[in-house]
Design a protein around this ligand. Structure first.
Ligand code: NI
Length: 252
């Protein structure tokens, strides 16, 4: 059994969503919410499919537009046992960096919600390594479970994150020819600190780059990690599955 710890399963993205889900019927997916509309979709998915769990959260791109009702929706749904985390949340200075304060506020509010309800946080962080680290160091209480989705920073940053027992989401980028930095990070990390993800429908691995991604491609990610770490693919799948089960407190 393999676990795709981060994918977006939205009818708007797939004409054949049902078959995309059925292709993973022996495996597990964690559907990730990002905006309020996605969050409602995630609730429907986890209630309808046994092998889909979910995280709900407000992505930093909505830092200036989210409402208190949107946050309340998240809080109200954390009692659903199949909602296993708050995410994706974080900081993204890549496209917009003139609202850093608002982004940080929203990030911190959701981290505190996660601590209050004992949920894992799933972090989206782009071009914001040092602010992300600062906030995590400030908020980390020794118990908070942290997932760095689509990890893209340096080994040095990873070392700091490991002190907070962070797990690293590795996806299709690892198969790209120009992804030297993330390959070095994967080489550095222990296999037990890695969880697999696809970020479907985005970040399709080679050799399908350019096409729409789907959770089944998580096997390609596992295969690439096995190659890079010179391990058997079964070991990669078993180890990352074990880490994901514990990171998200999945009760199967
Ligand atoms: Ni995502």
């Amino acid at each position: 059994m393999i676990i795709d710890t981060h994918c977006h399963l939205d009818k708007r993205d797939y004409d054949n969503l049902e078959s995309v889900i059925m292709n993973m019927s022996n495996d597990i997916m964690i559907a990730s919410g990002a905006d309020p509309k996605d969050n409602k979709n995630v609730i429907d998915l986890v209630n309808n499919y046994q092998n889909i769990y979910g995280t709900i959260g407000i992505h930093p791109e909505f830092a200036n537009t989210y409402t208190e009702d949107d946050l309340k929706f998240i809080e109200d749904n954390l009692s659903n046992p199949k909602i296993v985390g708050i995410g994706e949340i974080g900081l993204d200075y890549h496209w917009v960096s003139d609202n850093k304060e608002e982004q940080k506020q929203l990030f911190i509010r959701q981290i505190r919600l996660a601590k209050k309800y004992n949920k894992t946080i799933v972090i989206h962080s782009r071009d914001a390594a040092s602010d992300t680290l600062d906030i995590l160091k400030q908020e980390y209480d020794g118990k908070l479970k942290i997932n760095m989705h689509c990890y893209s920073y340096s080994i040095e940053t990873a070392k700091e994150l490991l002190k907070m027992n962070v797990k690293f989401g590795i996806g299709g980028v690892i198969t790209f020819k120009n992804s030297k930095k993330i390959k070095e990070v994967v080489d550095y990390l222990s296999l037990s600190d890695i969880v697999l993800e696809t970020d479907s429908p985005y970040l399709t691995p080679e050799p399908y780059r350019g096409k729409k991604n789907n959770p089944k491609n998580v096997y390609i990610v596992a295969e690439k990690i096995a190659e890079l770490k010179d391990k058997n693919i079964e070991i990669v799948i078993n180890t990352t599955t074990k880490t994901a089960l514990s990171q998200f407190d999945l009760s199967l």
